[in-house]
Design a protein around this ligand. Sequence first.
Ligand SMILES: NC(=O)c1ccc[n+]([C@@H]2O[C@H](COP(=O)([O-])OP(=O)(O)OC[C@H]3O[C@@H](n4cnc5c(N)ncnc54)[C@H](O)[C@@H]3O)[C@@H](O)[C@H]2O)c1
Length: 255
Amino acid sequence: MRLKEKVSIITGAGSGMGRVAALRFAAEGSRVVVADNQEAAAVETVRQVRAAGGEATPITVDVSVEADAKAMVELAIQKYERVDVLYNNAGIMPEADHSVVDTPVEAWDQVMAINVRGVYLACKYAIPRMLERRSGSIINVSSFVALLGCSVPQDAYTASKGAVLALTRSLAVQFAPQGVRTNAILPGPVETPLLMEWLLKDEEAKKLRLARNPTGRFGKPEEVVALAVYLASDESAWTNGASLVIDGGISVNYF
Ligand SMILES: NC(=O)c1ccc[n+]([C@@H]2O[C@H](COP(=O)([O-])OP(=O)(O)OC[C@H]3O[C@@H](n4cnc5c(N)ncnc54)[C@H](O)[C@@H]3O)[C@@H](O)[C@H]2O)c1
């Protein structure tokens, strides 16, 4: 077991990659705080973890709300006595987010609140707990769109994931001297509800994304979570401040 005895908080663990991560982390021996703003989804993830013989606790949180982020970290301490891993996975990609010229201010602010403020708040409360033990791993989920321009724009989302990357580097430099590592995962298009619901409505966007991918397919949540297991584990003790792209090669493809 690669995460034996660890305590991990995973945000957005009620769906997609977050749920797959909760299941995999628990299978690797971690106790998991399953945080999501959809109560039933978090409870269902925990049910699946327990059915597979793992240990998890659900909590309903909106990661953009400070009191919720604080409660999430306190639950981990109260229930499992520490936080070893903070996996900032929750993120949104609303339909109203398009080009800057036609994205409503409300959609822009909502994306920034969840995708960026959410990461800040979880770190704000988890890092002091990690520093007490001089040990911790923060995994921030960015996206390959933080590295590339996109002809099918989602400008708020793209900017939010760029902010996550920049914040990752800053945290990596600040806290590694005290034993807390921070890294970012940049997935390409992965088959999860977030992407598939959006692409179902936009056949052109789907075709463009597939045509660009040298592997000719979307990623699977398990393939991204495998990288997160490495970052959460002690195997990655010297990996810090890394921007790890996992996209089937889209971002190195000229044509
Ligand atoms: N799917 C992709 O192709 C892809 C590619 C690159 C990056 N990502 C990123 O990976 C992460 C996970 O994406 P996914 O595809 O698994 O998405 P998903 O929509 O399947 O799951 C996201 C989860 O986050 C939860 N959530 C949303 N807002 C929240 C909030 N305010 N507080 C707490 N929880 C909240 C949702 O309820 C949901 O359970 C996101 O950060 C996303 O931006 C996804």
